[in-house]
Design a protein around this ligand. Structure first.
Ligand code: SAH
Ligand code: SF4
Ligand code: F3S
Length: 433
């Protein structure tokens, strides 16, 4: 049988006596899912997770290069490792991009592997999960969109869907294993099935996954150009598909959207949002939490373009916005564009956007005041052992005091009702009912 562990990780294990490992994961959920798989494969060979990075025989960095900052973090961390006898491996997107050339820059690096090394068709139901009740399930890997600013298609390769029957088998195993929340993953889940002739597409997959009865289903992310009417209908109708949707807009200006190669207009996006909201009102799902990604300072973005983005954000009313300053990625199309906008001006736009999205996050949380929400608890809050912490259907962080005589572990992975009595920008607070 083919060994699913990347060769570069198999080598040190056969040559040296590594007993413990440590994994450092940067980047998106795809990397998190890959890291869970690596941990599982290492443990199958008898390695155990070390108590800390310093104590590990083998350290694996799962890397991200989507923005320059992500790159820099890896180099800083690897360069500052103190022990000479540790086996240091770099995998993930920087490994894919730079390959062996990385070793010239990081002399203490032993092995490099890329995203292709991990193989595509692993069984996500068999991995060691961070929380036993929550699972990430990659349904499609890679990306064919080549947005002009983005490195992902170069480091993750072409789109490949996991066969329908395989996804459903894994979902069934996860349900039987007690999973309460399942997140379907892909750079563009709406492309699901496009590469598999005659296979069902994403809307049908979502219906079939929801029929498993897993209490909470989420998916990320959706590309606005590919979000179909059938998916909107399934999203609105299925009760266990949570009322939260990430729909990356990137910019509110048609000129910038075209230069980014996003293949939709501002009007198309706004129409999608209205249709989604209307479908969810009609089906009784109610208010949905919309989240998005926005890039500020794409080459050539004018003040007017930026105003169009601000207006779009005003019009939609997001629960959460991930904001990024454009970062030039060598090898992408946009890397060839020049721009003389001073950094200060871009930073000022970014700050204005940030203030608006914080206002909106606060408003979205205020709307939950006095509501009774089903919360999926993770356990004690990091700051206060007497406080439970979990997530609402609209993906808000919710805190509630631990009832006297109870232990946080009693609530971990359980859904319980909380009446909200306090709503802040970043969290809700309430009492168990
Ligand atoms: N496939 C996802 C995005 C994955 S990357 C999607 O299309 O929704 C996550 C986010 O990083 C992107 O949505 C984009 O907002 C941001 N991003 C990607 N490349 C970037 C770059 N070169 N500079 C700044 N932000 C970038
Ligand atoms: Fe990058 Fe665009 Fe693909 Fe998302 S859809 S991963 S932004 S190329
Ligand atoms: Fe994800 Fe970063 Fe790679 S966003 S796909 S880990 S470049």
């Amino acid at each position: 049988m083919l060994d699913p562990l990347p060769l570069e990780l198999r080598l040190p294990l056969s040559q040296r006596s590594a007993r413990s490992y440590w994994l450092v994961t940067f980047g998106c959920q795809m990397n998190k899912a890959d890291s869970e798989q690596i941990a599982t494969l290492l443990e199958a060979r008898g390695l155990v997770m070390a108590a800390s990075l310093d104590l590990a025989d083998l350290v694996v960095f799962m890397t991200c290069c989507v923005r320059e900052r992500a790159d820099e973090r890896l180099f800083g961390q690897v360069a500052s490792l103190g022990r000479s006898d540790q086996i240091i491996c770099v995998g993930g997107c920087i490994g894919e991009r730079d390959g062996e050339a990385l070793k010239a820059e990081l002399p203490n690096l032993s092995y490099v592997f890329g995203t292709a090394a991990l193989g595509q068709g692993y069984d996500s139901s068999a991995v060691r999960r961070e929380h036993p009740w929550a699972a990430w399930l990659p349904i499609i890997t890679g990306c064919d969109n080549f947005c002009s600013y983005c490195i992902v298609p170069y480091v993750r390769g072409r789109e490949r869907s996991k066969p329908f029957a395989e996804v459903l088998e894994e979902v069934e195993r996860l349900r039987a294993d007690g999973v309460q929340e399942l997140t379907l993953l892909g750079q563009n889940v709406n492309s699901y099935g496009r590469d598999l002739y005659g296979q069902p597409r994403f809307a049908e997959l979502l219906r079939a996954v929801a029929a498993s009865g897993v209490p909470r289903i989420r998916f990320t992310t959706s590309h606005p150009k590919d979000l179909s009417e059938a998916t909107i209908a399934a999203f609105a109708e299925l009760d266990n598909v949570m009322p939260a949707l990430h729909l990356a807009v990137q910019s509110g200006s048609d000129r910038v959207l075209a230069a980014m190669g996003r293949h939709y207009t501002r009007q198309h996006y706004l129409d999608l949002v209205r249709r989604l909201q209307a479908a969810c009102q009609d089906s009784g799902k109610g208010r949905i939490a919309l989240s998005t990604d926005i890039i500020v300072g794409f080459p050539g973005e004018s003040e007017e373009d930026f105003e169009a983005t601000m207006e779009l954000v005003e019009a939609v009313g997001y629960s959460q916005v991930f904001t990024f300053i454009y970062s030039r990625r060598p090898g992408t199309k946009a890397a060839e564009l020049s721009d003389d906008t001073p950094h200060q001006q871009i930073q000022a736009r970014f700050n204005r956007l940030l203030a608006l999205v914080q206002e909106q996050a606060y408003a979205a949380n205020q709307a939950e005041f006095d509501q009774i929400l089903p919360v999926l608890f993770e356990g004690a809050s990091k700051r206060d052992p007497q406080m439970l912490s979990g997530r609402s259907p609209r993906n808000q962080t919710v805190h509630a005091p631990l009832p006297t005589g109870a232990a946080p572990a009693d609530f971990a992975g359980k859904i319980a009702l909380v009446q909200i009595s306090e709503a802040k920008t970043w969290y809700l607070k309430g009492r168990l009912v």
